[in-house]
Design a protein. Structure first.
Lengths: 489, 176
């Protein structure tokens, strides 16, 4: 274990993400911290509001994954009012959610995570982006990327929400059904194309990433390995589900630690606070907080596409199941602890999202009239959990007898991964920054790749005009003097 | 006007996009300026939208227009809260166009749009209002940032009049 470095509060970040790397006398990485700003005051903002307003409000917390908050909040509202949704309502929600996951994972692969592999981690930053990717795979694919994103928004619009920020999920179901024939046909068309697009995307992974031994070696290399427990929602067959089911946590050897109903989340997860970070560190209660360490005895878990695959016994749709098996065959069996394999896992999930979307559109219940029931029971308390693209998302509300929020708690996707991200960034820094060698842009990009695999989203920081979360990398020597600072475009 | 719903006709010459988060304190400022502008601009000439997302979604909102005005919160810490910055795409402060989270940056999004053959506006102006707290969940803005709203509205109107986007005589109910 490395020596702990206490950072003066003055260096706590304000306004943007920061990686701080501390070097020892030889110039090797001694410590590394990753910090981000935290959303403040949500609980206070929620208190005193009617619980049925929460889906509309929480979907505005974040411009990146509004549907995840919408769905988790609506599910928590269902629980507060003790309502069991009719099949049509439940399936419509999952349909919309699957379309959202399809769009979100598409963006990540083509614009954010993919460029490091399609172009190469040390490619010129001018081409290591979506433009380089499209140059390589073709403008027609670029058009498909755009079309997929637009059509996934369109699904939400057809189902009665607004494009981009949907508001159509409510306690008890949906604000509108899929009862019109032309709407159903359009959604079916979008789903079919989604499956083809997802299959094509997996082919890109095959042709460009897996066919390159250098990339596979990089994915499996030690600087990017982290042995954590794995969290993910599963259905009754222990298959991955994004919208519903129980949360399953498996250990670093693949054995189940706990499987819990959303309402029992506080029995499974606790949060640790570190003085140098605004963001809390959730950990598995049964294991306890052992610090920022990985391994079987640690409490640190991940909630990512990779951990969802690790925590499940398989995928619920046929093509995704084939890819799931190939994933583990290629990478040496379950569980996979290679952080960079998260990108491939995300594309397997992309295919699952598309297939599930298509299955649900073709389900006879989907066009039914029972898309909402009006809650009548006395409201009390409820927890809603969904898998946000970047991790398990929990909403917990306690109300008075009029349904007015008395207390609210959220554990958002990225927060689950806080400890793992910090450790992954540090391990990558230690692996790629060598004593006596000036860290180049390419080397620092390889540190960032450890963080990018998690598709981290820090809500408020992501939608600002330049469009990316500002990130700086500061390197300090033994005497805490800032020796280099990178603020890259 | 409501979020991301277009207010008017198919292709007005100018689009104004208010960016930000309506429930994150000062971060709402871009959206509030856009809402104020929407009350008085001729919809056949100027389309006003609001959005919580930048990056590729922004491309969709501005494609097909001749010019675009983007309004957002910014934190440079090089000016007091409420200061109004005016940038072009090429002189966006580099400290804020960094590698990072879940979207591509604006210059990348625009290059991508060009690569796709989209008609992006020949003129893009960025109005960025220096803010003090964009991280607390609240619908309240700090005083200095709230006071910047009418000033920013006036500056955008002046520019629209000057470049002929709207008539000099356009009456604007939001003006004081």
């Amino acid at each position: 274990m490395t020596k702990r470095v206490t950072i003066d509060p003055i260096t706590r970040l304000e306004g943007h993400g920061k990686i701080e790397i501390f070097l020892d006398d030889e110039g090797a990485v001694e410590e590394c911290f990753f910090q981000v700003p935290e959303l403040r005051g949500f609980e206070k903002f929620a208190e005193g509001r009617p619980v049925e307003e929460m889906p509309r409000i929480t979907s505005r917390i974040c411009g990146v994954c509004p549907e995840a908050h919408l769905a988790a909040s609506a599910k928590a509202g269902d629980a507060v009012y003790h309502v069991e949704l009719p099949p049509t309502a439940r399936k419509l929600r999952e349909l919309q959610y699957s379309a959202f996951m399809l769009g979100d994972h598409t963006t990540h692969f083509y614009a954010l995570g993919g460029p490091d592999f399609v172009m190469g981690p040390d490619a010129d930053p001018a081409v290591r982006n979506i433009i380089g990717v499209i140059q390589k795979v073709g403008v027609e694919i670029g058009k498909e990327v755009i079309r997929t994103r637009i059509e996934c928004h369109e699904v939400a619009k057809i189902l009665g929400g607004k494009p981009v920020i949907p508001v159509n999920m409510l306690p008890g179901g949906m604000s509108k059904g899929l009862t019109k024939k032309e709407d159903h046909e359009r959604v079916l068309e979008i789903a079919r194309r989604g499956v083809e697009f997802a299959k094509f995307t997996l082919k890109i992974v095959d042709d460009i990433v897996l066919a390159n031994k250098g990339y596979v070696d990089l994915i499996l290399s030690d600087p990017y390995a982290l042995r954590c427990h794995n969290m993910g929602l599963v259905d009754e067959n222990n298959h991955t589900n994004f919208y519903d089911g129980k949360v399953r946590v498996t250990d670093t050897e693949g054995k189940e630690i706990i499987k819990y109903e959303p309402k029992d989340y506080l029995n499974a997860v606790e949060e640790h606070v570190e003085p140098w970070s605004y963001l809390k560190f959730p950990y598995i209660k049964q294991k306890g907080w052992k610090g920022l360490v990985d391994g079987q005895d640690s409490g640190v878990y991940r909630a990512t596409p990779l951990s969802r695959l690790n925590a499940a016994d398989g995928m619920a749709t046929p093509l995704a199941q084939e890819q799931y098996e190939r994933f583990y065959d290629t990478l040496g069996g379950k569980p996979v602890n290679a952080t960079l394999a998260t990108h491939w896992a995300r594309v397997v999930e992309l295919l699952y999202a598309a297939e599930r979307f298509l299955e649900l559109v073709q389900d006879p219940d989907i066009t039914g009239p029972d898309y909402r029931i009006i809650p009548k029971a006395k409201p009390t308390e409820g927890v809603g959990i969904v898998e946000a693209p970047r991790g398990t998302l929990t909403h917990h509300y306690i109300t008075d007898e009029n349904g007015i929020i008395q207390k609210a708690n959220l554990i958002v996707g990225t927060t689950n991964n806080n400890a793992a991200i910090c450790m992954s960034v540090k391990k990558a820094a230690q692996g790629v920054i060598k004593p006596g060698v000036e860290p180049t842009e390419a080397i620092l990009n390889m540190v960032e790749m450890a963080f990018r695999a998690y598709d981290p989203c820090y809500a408020c920081a992501t939608h600002s005009l330049p469009g990316q979360m500002p990130l700086t990398v500061d390197i300090y020597d033994r005497d805490r003097r800032l020796v280099r600072s990178f603020s890259r475009r | 006007m409501s979020e991301t719903e277009r207010t008017s006709t198919p292709h007005p010459t100018v689009v104004i996009v208010g960016l930000g988060n309506p429930i994150l304190s000062d971060d709402a400022v871009g959206i509030l300026v856009a809402r104020e502008l929407a009350t008085g601009l001729p919809p056949e000439r100027v389309e006003v939208v609001e959005s919580m997302r930048g990056g590729l979604d922004l491309v969709d909102l501005i494609t097909g227009h001749e010019s675009a005005h983007l309004i957002d919160a910014i934190q440079t810490k090089q000016a007091p809260p409420g200061h109004i910055w005016r940038f072009g795409v090429s002189d966006l402060p580099p400290a804020l166009t960094l590698a990072g989270s879940h979207e591509v940056d604006l210059p990348t999004a625009l290059r991508f749009a060009e690569q796709m053959g989209y008609e992006i506006p020949s003129r893009i102006v960025i109005w960025a209002i220096e803010v003090s707290d964009p991280y607390t969940v609240s619908e309240q803005l700090s005083d200095s940032v709230r006071e910047a709203i009418p000033r920013c509205v006036e500056r955008i109107l002046a520019e629209l009049r000057e470049d002929g986007s709207i008539e000099v005589s356009t009456q604007f109910p939001g003006s004081r």
